[in-house]
Design a protein around this ligand. Structure first.
Ligand SMILES: Cc1cc2nc3c(=O)[nH]c(=O)nc-3n(C[C@H](O)[C@H](O)[C@H](O)COP(=O)(O)OP(=O)(O)OC[C@H]3O[C@@H](n4cnc5c(N)ncnc54)[C@H](O)[C@@H]3O)c2cc1C
Length: 323
């Protein structure tokens, strides 16, 4: 098991993609080992300017305190690391390996990451979390991603295909201009038709089915509607689900799995977190338990981020999940 202690990893490349995303390649140390679904916690600012430990942070008791070097707990240069999934671990064949990350620029941390350059070093803690369980018996793997939830599914698709399973990846977004995956010319709007793109560059061993809410690419509608249409013709026998995306989407997929009798459905949660090592408790989530109240708190960083969907209490974020 690779030590999670901070690593200074060189950025080998940074490529922007549609939808405010960027792909980031980092040089992995030789001893690095990680499983699909694990993540890293990244210091987004320049680590060389980030020596705050041991310094007192002045605080007037009003709002969040100022940090040394003019930085703030919230603001242009966040003190708290940001968790990012490991999309892929690529062996380049000459003894060197690359960690591939997919980052969506949504705030100050991801903005700082996207502004870094090849040759810079990133202060990274990882690999963290449990990762997906690839040991299930089902021969058909159905992966479902929404937004930046596609990130951990890329390497997962590789691993599942390598283990001999048929892999279908559903990817839902609001519109075509937010899809970060490189796509072939044949990718186009398909209305209420579910069309699989075979062997796309980031998903060479999988069928990719796109769904956009505005219909500008692939199936027109939610990703769960595309799954229902696909399931009506392909069925759900011998299938296992692996899901990552907004809670509301994961709750809907979990409900579909239950209704269609899909026994195993793993969800990777993306709750806010601070330390990512089980100390700050900010990523607590309610998990069903055999106790008087019927649930207990678990930590997404330490016990997850991957859980059995049926164990997660999605907190009424989607009414359908109560049925
Ligand atoms: C285990 C894990 C893996 C992740 N993997 C990836 C990944 O591979 N790629 C990626 O782009 N992002 C990933 N994320 C999400 C990423 O860590 C957050 O988006 C992060 O907060 C971005 O930092 P920021 O400073 O740019 O934005 P912030 O300033 O932190 O947030 C900007 C906006 O996004 C919203 N937001 C931020 N985080 C969350 C969240 N967890 N849930 C709901 N809304 C949120 C905020 O409310 C705010 O509106 C992952 C999160 C977790 C917990």
């Amino acid at each position: 098991m690779t030590q999670a202690a901070p690593w200074q990893l060189e950025i080998l490349g940074l490529r922007s993609a549609r939808g405010d995303y960027c792909w980031l390649d980092l040089a992995a140390p030789p001893e690095w080992q990680s499983r699909p679904g694990q993540f890293v916690n990244i210091r987004c600012d320049d680590a060389a300017d980030a020596t705050v430990s041991g310094q007192e942070i002045p605080w007037t008791g009003d709002g969040l305190p100022d940090a040394p070097h003019g930085r703030h707990l919230h603001g242009p240069s966040p003190l708290v690391r940001r968790p990012i999934s490991i999309s892929r671990l690529i062996d380049d064949g000459d003894g060197s390996r690359r960690l591939v990350l997919l980052v969506r620029v949504v705030g100050s941390g991801s903005q700082l990451l996207s502004n870094r350059k090849a040759g810079d070093r990133l202060d990274v803690i990882g690999p963290l979390g449990n990762g997906f369980d690839l040991g299930g018996p089902a021969r058909r793997a159905v992966l479902v991603g929404g937004g930046c939830g596609i990130a951990p599914l890329v390497g997962l698709a590789d691993a599942l295909a390598a283990s001999g399973r048929s892999v279908t990846v559903f990817y839902g977004e609001r519109s075509a201009d937010r899809v970060p995956l490189p796509l072939p010319e044949s990718a186009r709007p398909t209305g209420d038709g579910v069309v699989a793109l075979r062997g796309t560059p980031q998903l060479p061993g999988a069928d990719l089915i796109l769904a956009t809410e505005d219909g500008s690419l692939g199936f027109k509608g939610r990703v769960t509607d595309a799954m229902a249409a696909w399931g009506a013709s392909c069925g759900w026998d011998d299938a296992e689900l692996f899901v990552c995306g907004p809670d509301v989407m994961m709750a809907a997929v979990a409900a579909l799995a239950r209704v269609r009798g899909v026994e195993r459905c793993q969800v990777s949660l993306e709750n806010y977190m601070g330390c990512a090592i089980g100390v700050c408790l900010s990523c607590a989530v309610k998990i069903r338990a055999d106790n008087a109240q019927g649930w207990t708190y678990k930590l997404v960083c330490r016990d997850g981020p991957v859980f059995e969907a049926g164990d997660v209490i999605f907190e009424n974020k989607w009414e359908g999940c109560k049925k």
